[in-house]
Design a protein around this ligand. Structure first.
Ligand code: G3H
Ligand code: 13P
Ligand code: ZN
Length: 322
C-alpha cells in the first residue's frame, strides 16, 4: 500500500472507539522500531516529522526511509505527517515533498489569525490530496521554537471549536485539555500519592473534551503531549548516569479513555526518546569497551518497538484495525 492520508484511519477509529498512534521520527532506527511493531500487530500508524527532525535528518532522507518502511510493511496503512508546522511555506514544502498530512499550528496566534493561516494551508493541502490538523488552545512545554511556560497554557474553549472548524475546513483538531510536551508534564508537588505509593497527576479535563465532542459530532480530535513517561525508563536513565529527577507523564488509563471517545490521534515522542536513551546508557555502561553504533542502537531500536507495541495494545487499541 502507498502512503495514505489519515481520513479513513480516523473515520474507522472514531467509530471503533480507538485511536491511531502518531510517533515522531528522526532516524532509521526509530522508523524501523515503530513500523515493525505496527506491522506485527496489524495496526495503522502515523509517522510524524517535526521541523526540528526535518532540519536534523533532511527531508529527503526521512521521506525515503518512510518509503522503505511502506515497502517493508505493505499491509498496514501508514501516513506521513508534518508535526507542528508553523508557516504556510513549511506546510507547502512538505505537501509538495510527499507528506500526506500536515499540522498547521497557529495556536499561539489570535483566533482570527489562526483561522486565516489554517484556511490558507487547508486550501493548498486539499487541492493536493493532503489533509490538515489544526490546533486551538495552547499546551505548556516546547513545540519546536514556541515555548509556553507552565501556567501560561490555556485550555481549548469549546465555544470556539465549531466556528473554527467550519471556517478553516480543517480535517482534525488538536485541543488542550491538560497534556503538555516533554518529559516534565507535572511536578511531584502537583501529584497525589495513591495506595501503591505511585504519584498520580491531576486528571485531564475530560469535561472540555466532551464539550468539544458534543459541538463537533463525528469529528476527529487530536491529543498532543501524550507520553506517559514510564518510571521504569526514568529509573534506567538515572541508574546509568542520567539525571532526570521528577519526570512525570500522563497516566495511560486516561489516554485509553480518551481513545474510546472522540480522540482519534495520540502523539507520542518523549516515551520513545526515554526508552532509547535508557537502553543506550545501559548498554554502554555494561559494555564500556564497545564502540560500534550497531551494538548499542540494536537494543535501542528493540526498545522503540516494544514501546510502540505496548501503546498499540494497551493505550491506543489499534491492533488488527487495518
Ligand atoms: O511536539 C514536539 C515533538 O515532541 C517533536 O519535538 O521539535 O524536538 O523534534 P522536536
Ligand atoms: P510528548 O512530548 O508527550 O511525547 O508529545 C509529543 C507530541 O505532542 C508531538 O507533537
Ligand atoms: Zn505536539
Amino acid at each position: 500500500m502507498a502512503l495514505v492520508t489519515t481520513k479513513e484511519m480516523f473515520a474507522k477509529a472514531y467509530d471503533g472507539g480507538y485511536a491511531i498512534g502518531a510517533f515522531n521520527v528522526n532516524n532509521m532506527e526509530i522508523i524501523q522500531g515503530i513500523c515493525e511493531a505496527a506491522g506485527e500487530l496489524r495496526s495503522p500508524v502515523i509517522l510524524q516529522v517535526s521541523k526540528g527532525a526535518r532540519s536534523y535528518a533532511n527531508h529527503t532522507y526521512l521521506v525515503k526511509l518512510v518509503e522503505a518502511a511502506v515497502a517493508e510493511n505493505p499491509d498496514i496503512p501508514i501516513a506521513l505527517h508534518l508535526d507542528h508546522g508553523d508557516t504556510f511555506e513549511l506546510c507547502k514544502s512538505c505537501i509538495d515533498g510527499g507528506f500526506t498530512s500536515v499540522m498547521i499550528d497557529a495556536s499561539s496566534k489570535p483566533f482570527e489569525e489562526n483561522i486565516a493561516l489554517t484556511r490558507q494551508v487547508v486550501e493548498y493541502a486539499h487541492a493536493h490530496g493532503a489533509v490538515v490538523e489544526a490546533e486551538l488552545g495552547t499546551l505548556a512545554g516546547i513545540e519546536d521554537e514556541v515555548v509556553v511556560e507552565a501556567g501560561q497554557e490555556s485550555y481549548t474553549k469549546p465555544e470556539e471549536v465549531e466556528e473554527f472548524v467550519e471556517r478553516t475546513g480543517c480535517d482534525s483538531l488538536a485541543i488542550a485539555i491538560g497534556t503538555s510536551h516533554g518529559a516534565y508534564k507535572f511536578t511531584p508537588e502537583q501529584c497525589t500519592v495513591n495506595e501503591n505509593g505511585i504519584l498520580v497527576p491531576p486528571p485531564l479535563r475530560f469535561d472540555v473534551l466532551e464539550e468539544c465532542t458534543k459541538r463537533l459530532p463525528g469529528f476527529p480530535i487530536v491529543l498532543h503531549g501524550s507520553s506517559s513517561v514510564p518510571q521504569e525508563f526514568v529509573k534506567m536513565v538515572n541508574a546509568y548516569g542520567g539525571n532526570m529527577p521528577g519526570a512525570i507523564g500522563v497516566p495511560e488509563e486516561e489516554l485509553r479513555h480518551a481513545a474510546e471517545l472522540s480522540v482519534c490521534k495520540i502523539n507520542i515522542d518523549s516515551d520513545i526518546r526515554l526508552a532509547m536513551t535508557g537502553n543506550i546508557r545501559k548498554y554502554l555502561a555494561e559494555h564500556p569497551d564497545h564502540f560500534d553504533p550497531r551494538q548499542y542502537l540494536k537494543p535501542a531500536r528493540q526498545a522503540v518497538k516494544d514501546m510502540v507495541a505496548h501503546k498499540i495494545e494497551y493505550v491506543l487499541g489499534s491492533a488488527n484495525k487495518i
